[in-house]
Each structure stands twice: as structure tokens, then as C-alpha cells.
Design a protein around this ligand. Structure first.
Ligand code: ATP
Ligand code: MG
Length: 395
């Protein structure tokens, strides 16, 4: 019996004349990722992508792995594992008999939903459901029908080529296919928030690159390793990722030497944003992305955000801005970055943290402080420390 995946897409169907662009971008991404799991063919029709495993001379296809990977592909709202049947009730019944009981083990209730995309099929949807429902009841004596709140929904869809029988639909990652919204540069720290921010913008179709600021020897090699690990975890959703690293060591030393302590963090953040914009320009990124959440720390008050935002002209996406820590943590757990994020390694922002940071800074005062160092020269010097690594996603 042949098992296939039916991937349904969501928002893409609202794209009107651009729909085919979104579809072909999604199919390209799927082709790329599926190669890691064996041999599959991909086709699409009626807002659904069909993925069929092929004979694989190099060994077995990794069906479970492919299924789990599909739940991390943006643009797909639901994934159904289904068995194919010929388009007649005899064969549909045969497949129901062989395929469905495994999904009902230990379950109490079910219902059958049928759809007939091919209107030439002689039975109407309610008639298909009634026949299949009767068959399931005769196969699995311990289950009952519950049309309102069933444990399992058995689906029969009569489509163009085959009829599909399924009982295992899972939620997809949603959003828009990667790369349909250009490149964005994520300021990636080792914290909880920035990996979540990257995931959220990738979900809107942004192809993410990351920029990490280190402050060696005040920050350790292990701290950088942690950030690479976070980038790798986010890349399971966002795809392969360039990770740029820039050193802030000299800038921080200059700030400590020349500026008032209460302004350190704000000044550092203006340097970060300025350098990030330069890196973004160099690598064709059209927006910066940060994990800031309003009011979370002194540098994230509305006044502080005005001061740091004024350093750049690119749009700054802050998808966590209106979220509570608890909500951010929930997403971090879902995308499996949380456990890595909470490993206790120092971040450059936590080195030289002022005891009493300004929480309601005034831009003019900050700029006065900034004039105490050679801002432009320090930016140029920091950019000479730029290195880039390529993180290959472990889909
Ligand atoms: P996170 O949990 O993402 O570290 P945070 O709550 O600790 O965030 P801050 O340390 O103030 O907040 O940083 C705010 C944002 O600035 C981060 O979300 C991240 O986008 C960026 N950022 C902070 N430190 C770094 C760094 N070392 N390298 C790159 N970006 C950074
Ligand atoms: Mg941080």
C-alpha cells in the first residue's frame, strides 16, 4: 500500500496572481529538504502539495524523518499522511481495512469526513462517509461514532488521480514560504528572545542571516559556540543560514574609558545597530531583526528604543515587542531553543553593565556622550573583524 503526504497551504491561496510564485518557492524548498530523507516526487494541485516516496536504490526512505521535517516548513498549514486507493468503493474499502485500524488503537470515538473533488465519482460525500463509517465500526469494535468531538477523524478525499484515505492530520508551521519576503539580518545573542524573533520573521517568509557580537576575551569561545548552536536550531525552520560575527571588544573598552557609566548600554546598542546596518547592506538584507520586548529591561523602554532606533534607517523588526516573557518562552520551547538559551554563558551586553542605566534617555544627551569616542572610526575598525560562517541546517 502506498502512503503519501498531502501538504495543505494556507495564506498562499490568498495571493491571487502571485500564487504561482509562492507555490513554486515552496516546492523548491521542499525539494531541497526532502533530498536529505530519500527519493520523493512532488506535485501540486488544488491548494495541496502531494509528496510521494519513490523506489530508492540507495536504501530506505526515511518516512518518519520526512514527516517531522514537513512540520517545520513555512507555508504549510496541515500535513496529512494518507494511503492511496483507486477511485472506486471496493478499493477504498480495502485501504480503509488495511490502513485505518492502527490509528484507532486505544481510541474511543471517531468520525468520517469525505470530500469529493471529482464530481464524477458516483457516490456523494455523505454516502461515502456512511459506507466507510459502517466499515470502520465493523473493523474496530471498541470505537463509537462521535461527530462533534471525535478522538480520530478518518478522511476520504476523492481527487483527480486517486482517492486518499487518512486518519493522521497534523498542524503545519503556517506562515509564508522562506525567501518570499527577501533577506533579513537577525541580531542573535545567546538569550531566549532573539532566536524566537528570528523564527517569527522566518515564518513570514524572510530568509534569515544572523549577526552575533562577541567581546573576546570578556566573552568566551563557549559563549560563541552556544550562539552557533542556536543558529543551527533556528535553521531547522529557516533553512541554511549565514552567521556573521563581529567583535565589540575595543568599542566596549573605549566606552568604559571615555563615557558616563549610565550610558554604556545605550551607546553600545547604537554601535550594534549601526554595525548591523552596515553588515545588512553588505549582504543584501533589507531589515534588521531583534528580540526586544517593550519594557523588559532598561534598554527596551520606549525612550531607549527611540534612541537606539535613531542610529539606523533600515526598518527594525521586533516581533517580540508586545509579548510577555512567558509567551516568548512558550515559543522558545516549541522550537527547541529554550534549553540552549538558558545555558549560563556571558553576553557582550552583560559585560560592563551599568549599575544604574538610564531608562528614560534623551537622544541629545546620548549623542553628547557618543562624541566622546570616535564613533565612525570604531565602527570601521569593528567591521574589519567580521567573519562569516555557514550553518547547514539539520532538517
Ligand atoms: P535576548 O534574550 O535575545 O538576548 P535580551 O532580553 O537579553 O534578549 P538584550 O540583551 O537587551 O535583551 O538584547 C536585545 C536584543 O539585542 C536581542 O534580542 C538581540 O536581538 C540583540 N542583541 C543583544 N546582544 C547581542 C549580541 N551579543 N549579538 C547580537 N545581537 C545582540
Ligand atoms: Mg541578551
Amino acid at each position: 500500500m502506498k502512503e503519501i503526504f498531502l501538504c495543505k497551504y494556507g495564506e498562499i491561496v490568498l495571493k491571487g496572481a502571485n500564487q504561482s510564485y509562492f507555490e513554486s518557492t515552496l516546492v523548491k524548498e521542499l525539494k531541497f529538504r526532502l533530498r536529505f530523507f530519500g527519493r520523493f516526487t512532488i506535485s501540486h494541485a488544488q491548494s495541496t502539495i502531494y509528496i510521494e516516496p519513490l523506489e530508492n536504490p540507495n536504501g530506505e526512505n526515511d518516512i518518519e524523518g520526512a514527516f517531522s521535517m514537513l512540520t517545520r516548513v513555512f507555508g504549510i498549514v496541515a500535513i496529512e499522511r494518507a494511503a492511496c486507493a483507486e477511485k472506486n468503493m471496493e478499493d477504498i474499502s480495502r485501504v480503509v481495512r488495511e490502513y485505518i485500524p492502527q490509528f484507532l488503537e486505544g481510541k474511543k470515538t471517531f468520525k468520517v469526513e469525505s470530500k469529493r473533488a471529482d464530481k464524477r465519482f458516483p457516490l456523494k460525500s455523505p454516502e461515502i462517509s456512511a459506507q466507510v463509517g459502517g466499515l470502520v465500526l465493523s473493523l474496530c469494535h471498541s470505537v463509537k461514532v462521535d461527530v462533534h468531538n471525535p478522538d480520530v477523524t478518518v478522511k476520504v478525499e476523492v481527487r483527480e488521480k486517486y482517492a486518499y484515505v487518512s486518519a493522521g492530520t497534523v498542524k503545519g508551521a503556517g506562515g509564508l514560504p522562506i525567501s518570499t519576503n527577501g533577506n533579513g539580518l537577525l541580531l542573535l545573542s545567546g538569550g531566549i528572545d532573539s532566536p524566537v524573533a528570528g523564527y517569527m520573521m522566518a515564518k513570514r517568509g524572510v530568509k534569515i542571516q544572523s549577526l552575533h557580537f562577541e567581546s573576546f576575551p570578556y566573552t568566551s569561545e563557549r559563549a560563541k559556540q552556544k550562539v552557533m548552536e542556536l543558529a543551527s536550531l533556528v535553521s531547522r525552520y529557516s533553512g541554511n543560514m549565514k552567521v556573521h560575527v563581529v567583535s565589540l571588544t575595543h568599542i566596549q573598552e573605549e566606552l568604559v574609558k571615555n563615557c558616563d557609566e549610565e550610558y554604556f548600554t545605550l551607546l553600545l546598542r547604537r554601535f550594534m545597530m549601526t554595525i548591523a546596518q552596515r553588515v545588512a547592506e553588505k549582504f543584501d538584507c533589507l531589515a534588521l531583526i531583534t528580540g526586544e520586548s517593550l519594557g523588559q529591561v532598561a534598554s527596551q523602554t520606549i525612550q531607549a528604543i527611540n534612541v537606539t532606533n535613531a542610529a539606523v534607517t533600515l526598518p527594525v523588526f521586533r516581533p517580540c515587542i508586545g509579548m510577555d516573557k512567558e509567551e516568548i518562552v512558550q515559543i522558545a520551547r516549541k522550537i527547541e531553543t529554550f534549553e540552549t538559551s538558558i545555558q549560563p554563558y556571558e553576553d557582550c551586553c552583560t559585560v560592563f553593565t551599568p549599575k544604574h542605566p538610564r531608562t528614560k534617555p534623551v537622544l541629545e544627551k546620548v549623542i553628547e556622550q557618543e562624541k566622546k569616542v570616535d564613533f565612525d572610526a570604531l565602527v570601521e575598525e569593528a567591521l574589519t573583524t567580521l567573519t562569516t560562517e555557514y550553518v547547514q541546517a539539520d532538517f
